[in-house]
Design a protein around this ligand. Sequence first.
Ligand SMILES: Nc1ncnc2c1ncn2[C@@H]1O[C@H](COP(=O)(O)O)[C@@H](O)[C@H]1OP(=O)(O)O
Ligand SMILES: [Mg+2]
Ligand SMILES: [Mg+2]
Ligand SMILES: [Mg+2]
Length: 383
Amino acid sequence: MSLNCLRFVVSHSLKKSPHFHLSYLPSSSSSAVSVTMSYSKELAAAKKAASLAARLCQKVQKVLLQSDVQSKNDKSPVTVADYGSQALVSFALQQEFPTDFSLVAEEDSKDLRKDGAQEIVDRITKLVNDSLTSDGSYNVTLSTEDVLKAIDSGRSEGGSQGRHWVLDPIDGTKGFVRGDQYAIALALLDGGKVVLGVLACPNLPLTSISAAGQHSTSNEVGCLFFAEVGGGTYMQPLDGSSAVKVQVTAVENPEDASFFESYEAAHSMHDLSSLIAQKLGVKAPPVRIDSQAKYGALSRGDGAIYLRFPHKGYREKIWDHAAGCIVVTEAGGVVTDAAGKLLDFSMGKYLDLDTGIIVTNQKLMPLLHNAVRESLKEKAASL
Ligand SMILES: Nc1ncnc2c1ncn2[C@@H]1O[C@H](COP(=O)(O)O)[C@@H](O)[C@H]1OP(=O)(O)O
Ligand SMILES: [Mg+2]
Ligand SMILES: [Mg+2]
Ligand SMILES: [Mg+2]
């Protein structure tokens, strides 16, 4: 087929389906024209759903009582906000994409269907309906069964075929319960690759947290980070005002770099990151904050490095990294495991990782890899 002929075919099909971008490849390429998907409709829906869920979470965090915390088998606290957020995001996305809907999400309704859970289910249902009413764009009232079904439609296993939404309705539950950082993390996989991501971080200051830590001097909080493959990363205030493009830091000298890690020592080995930081020559103390807000903060250059080394036996889930990963990579950063391999989101719910996750800019990554390798060797030798 000639180029002119191809051009006609693509422009003709563009009229029917507006969600394609045309791009011309360099002449060395075997194909003259490539067609890349645009996910603008999906991104708009994801931003709307995550913002809606963020408002629900903010409301609950304000009135959080000890009785909101249930115990799950793995002892992690789950609140009405986790379930409410998942129900809302699932419902909102299904309204936009009613056919062929697949969602891989953290929570399910098992505990909510047990005897004695009716009161909590009623509270979640009221919360979800209040959020839908105050948003104004959905003219519906959900029953408790609708809410449980919406939560349970997050049971997909993901994988390398087709499209799957990936959701952590509240990432950083410990931070949420403490009144600190948390995020609503939503991403879309297409053919096993993350093609868009949205991170709503209701407690993250709008200005840099690099110097002052999570309690920045700015009292304006609430950030929405979003990224689409090939389109860069943007941040806007959660209240909806305009978005700005963000970039990871250009710092090249580790002495000028600062690093993020989990607030919870149970989630990441603080002793190992301090060894890595010391080997690299990082001078600043760690900035410890909860959730994928770390990826968001890194994407706008608040810090240069994120180190995550869970304790032995912990398996990382895709919803804990999918949105954060694209937010950082589209801002110019790199996310790999400790062996330098890019994260593979195509294998179902879990990530198959070597030891840990490290994130930084392109310039610092080789140095960081060396420091990680040496530190792991040293740690293994000392055991
Ligand atoms: N034992 C654990 N080790 C590492 N991460 C954990 C562990 N338990 C839960 N997590 C998950 O790790 C993330 C928290 O990491 P961080 O401490 O850096 O915020 C959350 O996604 C949290 O899940 P959840 O979504 O339920 O909060
Ligand atoms: Mg959890
Ligand atoms: Mg999580
Ligand atoms: Mg969670």
